[in-house]
Design a binder for this molecule. Sequence first.
Ligand SMILES: NC(=O)c1ccc[n+]([C@@H]2O[C@H](COP(=O)([O-])OP(=O)(O)OC[C@H]3O[C@@H](n4cnc5c(N)ncnc54)[C@H](OP(=O)(O)O)[C@@H]3O)[C@@H](O)[C@H]2O)c1
Length: 232
Amino acid sequence: MRIEGATALVTGANRGLGKAFVEELLARGAAKVYATARDVSTITDPRVTPLELDITEPASVAAAARAAADADLVVNNAGIATGASVLGDENDLRRELETNFFGPVRVTRAFAPVLAANGGGAVVNVLSVLSWLSLPSTGGYSAAKAAAWAATNAQRVELAGQGTHVVGVHVGYLDTEMAAHVDGPKTSPDRLAAQVLDAVEAGEPEVLGDDLSRQVKAGLAGDLRDLYAGRG
Ligand SMILES: NC(=O)c1ccc[n+]([C@@H]2O[C@H](COP(=O)([O-])OP(=O)(O)OC[C@H]3O[C@@H](n4cnc5c(N)ncnc54)[C@H](OP(=O)(O)O)[C@@H]3O)[C@@H](O)[C@H]2O)c1
């Protein structure tokens, strides 16, 4: 689909990668951008349509789908990384799953009929290289992103009949608050947002946003011990 003239909705649009998506959508001539946030007062750009949306709240998601009934592109960007372990407190693990798995799944379920009514459109799910790899401090996050990856593939199959294009996005560290504690190479959110919108326009199913995500994906075909060597 073309971004020029599109009506897009971005979750977690108040900062980080979500804000970069908003800028890139506007730069490419999107007709309308619903910039959504838990605290809508954080959206101050006069070029966008602010909309309150907490992806963990079913009523909030349903209200957003009613309010943005003209959307033809949904960017599931919002996420958290709490450091929850799969062996630790179950509530901490559920919080990670609630935001990084059930949240985007809930948004796509609510918007699927909207997209169908508007000609099919597209859904972008921001995943991670950690959908394919677990580090000592990312067990819960990796499990949630792996589930979200599987859901992305399921949505691609299930929404094909209504002409909705589904894009999964994998990347290592981004230069945002979420990875502020990390040293080492980070991808610029502006650059990733541009890559993702290129993929939407080209009809590509997946974005591998950096060398790490390309290496790890290729490594899945090899010996698992090689993939994890030196990573723990
Ligand atoms: N940063 C990285 O290194 C990295 C790497 C790979 C993938 N990712 C993924 O990229 C996406 C964007 O992350 P980021 O780096 O931009 O992180 P960020 O700077 O921490 O921003 C996270 C955004 O998600 C929003 N959010 C969190 N929970 C929400 C909820 N329940 N409902 C609605 N919005 C919610 C936040 O809103 P508030 O301001 O209200 O908290 C904020 O806008 C996430 O899916 C993340 O997992 C990040």
